[in-house]
Design a protein around this ligand. Structure first.
Ligand SMILES: Cc1ncc(COP(=O)(O)O)c(C=O)c1O
Length: 401
């Protein structure tokens, strides 16, 4: 049996729409991107949504907005030490310095009680990550951010559908950045989107995604109709070629939006199936507790399951890679549970952190993995994986000492 890590659902409606878009030769960001933004915003109850070309760009551009609000290049942004590396890359590409805080082993998320000690006069934002779709401790994070007058930008790349105390993640902070890459609950193939309640932030995001142009209306007539833009020369200069800020080239295209529009219709169905799969594994995995742990679930949160995380208990007589190889040789795909960006990713070594500074992130980096819970996995796939875990543990050993 094969248990793949990810899947993508492309509906017939999306396929028809893509053909229509190709026939129209109007492929660059236009009316379908706008429609996707509107629907995504509605789904979350967000005032604004700005679609982009990736989740990494969503992180980068959300941070770059802060330059219009007093931030300077080289200022600091606090992020968890453990995440997919895109979070750390994004802070650097936005021109900020990442300041890392260790995570908690049972939540995988930033330790909220350790944030305050790294805040300095240069801190501009905290970017918590809702890893694997488990919400970060937003009350504590917002409280400390408020006390110090800094922004909260949620990296909700993996957390579509997750709720914290009844509120959708992504709309709890000042901005929320989602990935729409194929592995995620809402996908456009490749893509990202930022949501916010702040209309000015949304305008700046629209400018940033298109080279920093002064042209940033919510409804762009140039891209969505045959009408001429009445604002184009209003200020004496062509706003399409007047660049207000250092921008990016990060637009979503119409075909990606078409995949997303079809995908949104399956949202409830996909979320329900992923939740079923996640909680099935979560319950069954308790019996492996001497060897493996997973995340704890609080009664005030709803997980938006990206995947099922597994961490080896300390002292077991096998390694993560041995378990991964065993699964792989039996058809079960898995991924490492990321790493401690500052101390385990060589690309970050220039920042000067030392191994040992982020013990939990480093432990997970060496001992964590995650497997798919996506909508194309049935109970028999999950039982097959559970059976394999059982036989691996029987074949190997019991707990050391
Ligand atoms: C936590 C996190 N942040 C950012 C990203 C970047 O998203 P993308 O791959 O769409 O650039 C990902 C990727 O899935 C992610 O897991």
């Amino acid at each position: 049996m094969k248990v793949p890590f990810g899947t993508i659902s492309v509906t017939q409606e999306s396929k028809d729409l893509i053909k229509k878009i190709l026939d129209s030769a109007r492929i660059s960001s236009g009316k379908y991107v706008k429609k996707f933004e509107t629907k995504f915003a509605q789904l979350l109850g967000a005032k604004e949504a700005v679609a982009l070309s990736s989740g990494t760009d969503a992180d980068i551009l959300a941070l770059a907005v802060l330059y219009d609000f007093g931030a300077n290049r080289g200022d600091e942004v606090i992020i968890p030490a453990l995440s997919f590396v895109a979070t750390g890359n994004a802070v650097l590409h936005a021109g900020f310095k990442p300041v890392f805080v260790d995570v908690q082993r049972d939540t995988l998320n930033i330790d909220p009680d350790k944030i305050e000690e790294v805040i300095t006069a240069k801190t501009r934002a905290i970017m918590p990550v809702h890893l694997m779709g488990k919400p970060a401790e937003m009350d504590k994070i917002k409280k400390v951010a408020k006390q110090h007058g800094i922004y909260v930008i949620e990296d909700a790349a993996e957390a579509h559908g997750a709720k914290y105390k009844g509120k959708e993640v992504g709309i709890i902070g000042d901005m929320g950045a989602f990935s729409l890459y194929i592995a995620h609950i809402v996908t456009t193939g490749e893509g990202g989107i930022v949501v916010t309640a702040n209309l000015e932030f949304a305008e700046i995001l629209r400018s940033l995604r298109s080279h920093g142009r002064a042209c940033k209306c919510k409804e762009c007539v140039i891209n969505t109709s045959d009408q001429a833009c009445s604002l184009r020369f209003k200020h004496g200069t062509d706003i399409r070629f007047f660049f207000e800020r250092v921008g990016y080239s990060s637009k979503m295209n119409e075909m990606e939006a078409a995949i997303g529009l079809g995908n949104l219709k399956l949202y409830d169905q996909i979320l329900e199936k992923r939740r079923f799969n996640f909680f099935y594994l979560h319950e069954k995995f308790q019996k492996f507790s001497p060897y493996f742990k997973t995340i704890k679930i609080e009664n005030y949160e709803e997980i938006g399951p990206h995947a099922f995380p597994i961490i080896l208990e300390e002292g077991v007589t096998f390694t993560r890679n041995e378990f991964v190889k065993y699964l792989e040789s039996n058809g079960v795909d898995s991924r490492s549970l990321f790493l401690s960006m500052p101390t385990q990713a060589p690309g970050f070594s220039f920042l000067g952190y030392r191994l040992g500074q982020f013990p939990n992130a480093e432990y997970i980096g060496n001992n964590g993995l995650h497997i798919g819970v996506h909508q194309d996995l049935e109970k028999e796939h999950l039982d097959y994986f559970l059976g394999l875990t059982d036989s691996f543990l029987k074949e190997r050993c019991d707990k050391r000492g």
